[in-house]
Design a protein around this ligand. Sequence first.
Ligand SMILES: NC(=O)c1ccc[n+]([C@@H]2O[C@H](COP(=O)([O-])OP(=O)(O)OC[C@H]3O[C@@H](n4cnc5c(N)ncnc54)[C@H](OP(=O)(O)O)[C@@H]3O)[C@@H](O)[C@H]2O)c1
Length: 311
Amino acid sequence: MTDVLVFGADSLVGSHYAATATRAITAAGRVDPRTVGLRVAGFRPVELDPTENVERMIREAPEPVVVNFAASTDVDAVERQRPAASDPPEVSPAFRVNALAPEAMARATHASGKQLITLSTDFVFDGIHGPYREDAHPGSVSAAISWYGWTKAEGERRVRAADPSAAIVRVAYPYRARFSGKLDFARRLVAHRRSGTLPPLFTDQTITPTWIPDVSRAIDHLIDRRASGTFHAASPEATTPHAFALELFTQLEGTPPKLAEGSVADFLRRPGAIPRPQHGGLIGDRLATQGVALTSWVDGIQAFLREGGGT
Ligand SMILES: NC(=O)c1ccc[n+]([C@@H]2O[C@H](COP(=O)([O-])OP(=O)(O)OC[C@H]3O[C@@H](n4cnc5c(N)ncnc54)[C@H](OP(=O)(O)O)[C@@H]3O)[C@@H](O)[C@H]2O)c1
């Protein structure tokens, strides 16, 4: 079995991979994931910003495969780092973590003949014509996508240029039944419903939520195939936040609740609103044709509840 060096092993998505992988995982990052109960074979401390140590670590690592889940993912916090037009993007720490660090990883894997798989997002798209296939072009107008999406798109571009044999796995609104580190799309809905703070849910936004165990299976498959290029791991059927929540609470409570409806189009028209894809989502043709089954959002909700996500 191939040993794997994992950046972001304590992340929402990455900790599922680290916890379920059949391969020996060595975590690299700021926090030893064993301190939060994850069983990994080893830990190497590293800060992604600045990137010099990342590159050296990968070149010297014995593991032939590197999987990168690490990123600055707080869309609101990252937006506050959007540089002025007169400033270079490097002034933004999120740009350094989301674009320069993956590029450094790709330089190192290319130079040392290792395999790189790095995670990305449907937020690279402007959300005008989604759901998007793997070969669709990310948004090209910076103001039309979030600064988070822009930094991730730039990371993708730099990874492809530095290591053409790298694989990029995009996910969208990832969710899982349990994770103590932070809420996700589905567990946030449950938490808001519990506390009576559920906001109006968008009926005019297209999303394809990712059942996180699919990502772990997809990554194992890509390692086995030593695959290159871009892959989408997301629900094969699109939905809206309102329809997803309605199905979730109908399955959880036994009867369809009345949920307040909202409009992402109205939301995006508000002054200062952070751009996000209205007609977003991902079409995972490449994984599906290679035999990696992706979980539909309705089946994902069933699995989520079966695994205790509603408790
Ligand atoms: N969550 C979503 O809604 C979503 C949606 C689409 C795509 N994605 C993508 O999926 C991947 C995983 O996202 P996630 O939500 O699972 O991540 P997450 O839970 O927010 O965790 C982020 C990870 O990045 C690490 N990290 C951040 N800055 C770092 C730095 N300067 N040096 C070292 N490590 C650093 C964090 O380490 P510490 O623990 O030390 O902070 C943590 O392990 C990312 O590529 C993300 O863009 C996420």
